[in-house]
Design a binder for this molecule. Structure first.
Ligand code: ZN
Length: 146
């Protein structure tokens, strides 16, 4: 199986079995993102304990890429520090919005699958919606000490 079809498998799996999709109960902050061109509309909720994201959920509707990206995002940032989650969301945005061929070897394996969409600029918003909502949720929190 080549990388592209493997990535497609990962995205389809997360679309059909989204992780951490729920009612956003037990979260501290909720931020919404919408992509009218595609009809994507999601909300991301996060909960922190100290500086660590202990609960990350999303709800809403969207195309397969939007839902798969949101699902991948919740898995990638749950259990890590907010500073690192913020860095990751910035890195994903730069990568997806950047020129093709611009690789991101530092991303974890499942997140590499999001790169399958880079060949199709019209769908980039679909990928970024959940990550932008995450970034906004993190930015809305009071600054961390130190
Ligand atoms: Zn979409």
């Amino acid at each position: 199986m080549n990388a592209q079809s493997l990535y497609r498998e990962v995205l389809l799996d997360h679309y059909h079995h989204p992780r951490n999709r729920g009612d956003l109960v037990d979260v501290d902050v909720i931020r919404r993102g919408s992509n009218p061109r595609c009809g994507d509309e999601i909300e991301v909720g996060i909960k922190l304990s100290g500086d660590v994201l202990t609960n990350v959920q999303f709800r809403g509707r969207g195309c397969s890429i939007c839902i798969a990206s949101a699902s991948l995002m919740t898995e990638a940032v749950a259990g890590i520090e907010r500073r690192r989650a913020h860095e990751l969301s910035m890195r994903i945005s730069d990568w997806i919005a950047g020129p093709e061929g611009n690789e991101e070897p530092e991303l974890s394996e499942p997140l590499q699958a999001l790169g399958a969409v880079r060949a199709n600029p019209a769908r980039r918003r679909c990928v970024l919606l959940a990550w932008e909502a995450l970034g906004e949720a993190l930015a809305s929190l009071p600054p961390w000490p130190g």
